[in-house]
Design a protein around this ligand. Sequence first.
Ligand code: NDP
Length: 285
Amino acid sequence: MSAKIIDGKTIAKELRAELKTEVEELKETHGVTPGLAVVLVGDDPASHVYVRNKHRACERAGIATKDVRLEDDASHEEVIKVVRELNEDPDVHGILVQLPLPDQIDEDEILNTIDPKKDVDGFHPFNMGLLLSGQPSFVACTPKGVMHMIETMGIDLTGKEAVIVGRSNIVGKPQALLLLYEHCTVTICHSRTKDLAEHCRNADVLVAAVGRAHMITGDMIKPGATVIDVGINRLDDGSLAGDVEFDSAVEVAGAITPVPGGVGPMTIAMLLRNTVDAAQAAAGL
Ligand code: NDP
């Protein structure tokens, strides 16, 4: 058996086309152009690639972008000042601070300084709290994108065993909550989990968000399971690989996301979705 491939590129493209229409409408009927500000500190090459891709996607959808770049040795206070200015800027509806930040900067405090109404990454504790209490507002883009893919594929989640490998604030934890709200029975695994393979083999829906290339192999997957590979790992030859060993997993799973071309494009599409939502809310819609 060979799994259905969940084509994140195509699903994201459809979503971006819908958003483009919404953006045009916002401009024509309310004179509002959604705006996203991206703050990039330092010269991490991967961060530069991510930021460039986000800018390009915004431009294509008609979303205005504002770029704030700070040197690698920027102080914590400088970054706080930039975020505060963006909070006050009426043309900016969404603020994204590209992570990771250099060591001298307190990441939590920076994220906590973003106005929750402009927190399009959904990392502010206020928005995380809303998600936890079942009243989601801005939800982190990657787990939100995963849910959109599963819905588009018509996969029923009610009563399913969902296993998430990884418990970060930006992927694992919000993913667990979103799957719980869709009535899955949810297990979260992490680096101290005993017998990871056994947990994975129980999963009807398996989400891998670890950052270790190929750690989930076909023999850890329940036949017919939906496998979502969030991991992005750079191999020695420069190519990208997920956390799932695709070639063995595709023979067992019912549906699977590739890397690249799976979750990655969905994350960017959801960032645009959240920015348009923020602009609509600012316009009182
Ligand atoms: P983090 O490093 O913040 O979290 C990794 C998690 O994996 C931790 O909870 C850690 O456990 C767990 N873990 C580490 N080793 C093991 C192990 N051997 N067995 C089980 N669990 C383990 O990473 P992120 O959540 O930020 O990202 C995860 C991956 O997803 C990365 O590859 C990242 O690049 C990718 N990513 C992709 C995105 C996309 O758009 N496709 C967006 C965001 C991230 P513990 O808590 O115990 O340390």
